[in-house]
Design a protein around this ligand. Structure first.
Ligand SMILES: Nc1ncnc2c1ncn2[C@@H]1O[C@H](COP(=O)(O)OP(=O)(O)O)[C@@H](O)[C@H]1O
Ligand SMILES: [Mg+2]
Length: 460
């Protein structure tokens, strides 16, 4: 299509060139004939030819002139009668044509001309005498064939045609060349992208296409995407290996416990009780990991899975506290809720409960005996804020960067003893992000930790 538009001027060019040539040629021919006519007209006037005085000189001039152009010359007198026709056909006939009348009326002082393209002739009408001084005694009509002009036009046409063909071919060739050159970098990208279908590893190498600024930008964007995919792939693999490891640990413990019982003979009943108790604990642990994993997987799904309802947040937190009271009581940790206003917000009740109970549970679990956990709920016109503050062991700066990662536990042995899976905060963070909220941690080792959560009142 673009190629066609590009070729248009070439076809127009032919038309313009030929028209111009023809116009020029006719104008020139006309000028030449007119200047010769003027000489003849002068002689006609001098000799009084139009008044019936025969003149051999004029006669010879007319014949010679007509012969030169292979044309026909008519002399018309003031009675519109033809007094001389070099073809000797129409002599003594009367001619009243528009052009002749115009000559008498003085329109076109130096004569009129008319070019008939279809019949290939040029006709000039020239007044004999001066129209301005009203001394027109007659009109000279000359008609000459213009075969030479059309022959010239045809010859030129052939030349232009050849030029057209050459130009068209050249333009097509150039167009093809450039489209190839332009498309090449995109072909590179396509190839690279196809490499990725087989998995990230297949096309590890980044691409660089410095052909144009745009392609380089595209390549850079693509490389960034590749980087992100690699990171994602790495974290997925890490997650899978972490999951397998975490799930295997309790099973290994159970296996060891069971085997050691089986290896002994005459085992006392107390030992059975003790070992079975341990095995039951490991089963609980396995259960906890699996249920946490399921929660996390649910969070990872698209936001379309979210079940938004208007919920009273005060009641939601009170319910969580009620459930955690026994664990807190066992550690003699004081659980206090501070809230001054009822807060209604559009949230997913299950996910919000999981998020907040993980925070409060951590506050209790990683606390010292006899410490406290303060939960405060506040609200402005756009958000509600939950602050969970504890007097616990705190988190080091270094660990603060990682605690939201899946399976990350700050103090492995301690956390394990307390019975964590390392998934709690990951679940909390996912739930908060699903509600388009934000979560932050402030902590000082040995003094305590504060988590703040901000959630929009209206879910969008
Ligand atoms: N309130 C807190 N005080 C001290 N450390 C905390 C607190 N909350 C979380 N942590 C640390 O962050 C780690 C990650 O927390 P979390 O994801 O809930 O896992 P866990 O299952 O171990 O509780 C915990 O192992 C713990 O070391
Ligand atoms: Mg936890």
């Amino acid at each position: 299509m673009i190629l066609l538009v590009g070729l248009m001027p070439i076809f127009l060019m032919k038309y313009v060139i030929l028209e111009n040539y023809e116009k020029q040629a006719i104008v020139q021919k006309n000028q030449m004939i007119q200047s010769q006519c003027r000489q003849i007209v002068e002689q006609v006037l001098e000799t009084g030819y139009t008044s019936g005085n025969p003149s051999a000189v004029v006669e010879a001039e007319l014949v010679q002139f007509a012969g030169q152009y292979n044309g026909r010359v008519l002399i018309v007198d003031s009675h519109f009668s033809i007094i001389r026709d070099t073809y000797e056909i129409d002599e003594d006939k009367v001619i009243i044509s528009e052009e002749v009348l115009r000559c008498y009326l003085g329109e076109g002082t130096s004569g009129n001309y008319h070019y008939d393209k279809d019949y290939n002739f040029l006709e000039l009408t020239i007044p004999i005498g001066s129209p301005e001084e009203h001394t027109v005694q007659g009109v000279m009509i000359i008609s000459v064939p213009t075969d030479d002009v059309s022959a010239g036009r045809a010859a030129l046409g052939r030349t232009v045609w050849i030029l057209q063909v050459v130009l068209t071919l050249a333009i097509i060739a150039i167009a093809f060349y450039f489209s190839r050159v332009l498309i090449r970098p995109f072909a590179k990208i396509t190839k690279s992208l196809e490499g990725i279908r087989g998995g990230v590893e297949v096309s590890e190498q980044e691409i660089s296409i410095p052909d144009y600024t745009e392609t380089q930008l595209l390549a850079e964007a693509y490389n960034r995407m590749l980087q992100r995919m690699k990171l994602q792939e790495d974290s997925r693999q890490e997650f899978v290996s972490n999951v397998s490891h975490e799930l295997k640990t309790p099973i290994t413990s159970m296996k060891v416990l069971a085997d050691s019982l089986l290896a002994q003979q005459e085992v006392p009943a107390e030992l059975y009780r003790e070992f079975l108790g341990d095995i039951a604990e490991e089963i609980d642990r396995e259960n906890k990991i699996i249920s946490d994993l399921l929660s996390l997987v649910k969070m990872d799904r698209k936001s379309s899975d979210i079940n938004i309802q208007e919920i009273n947040i005060n009641q939601l937190i009170e319910k969580i506290i009620k459930r955690l009271k026994p664990i807190a009581a066992a550690k003699e940790v004081d659980l206090v809720l501070e809230s001054f206003k009822p807060v209604l917000a559009e949230v997913d009740e299950t996910k919000m409960t999981l998020a907040l109970s993980n925070l409060i549970e951590n506050g209790v679990k990683y606390n010292r005996d006899g410490g406290w956990v303060h939960i405060s709920l506040s609200v402005d016109n756009r958000y509600f804020y939950v602050k969970v503050e504890d007097t616990g062991i705190g988190i080091s700066e270094e660990d603060q960067e990682h605690i939201f990662e899946r399976f990350y536990r700050a103090d492995k042995s301690h956390s394990r003893e307390i019975g964590g899976t390392g998934l709690g905060l990951a679940i909390t963070r996912s739930a908060v992000l699903m509600h388009h909220g934000a979560i932050k941690v402030y902590s000082k080792e040995g003094e305590g930790t504060t988590f703040t959560v901000r959630i929009p009142l209206k879910y969008v």
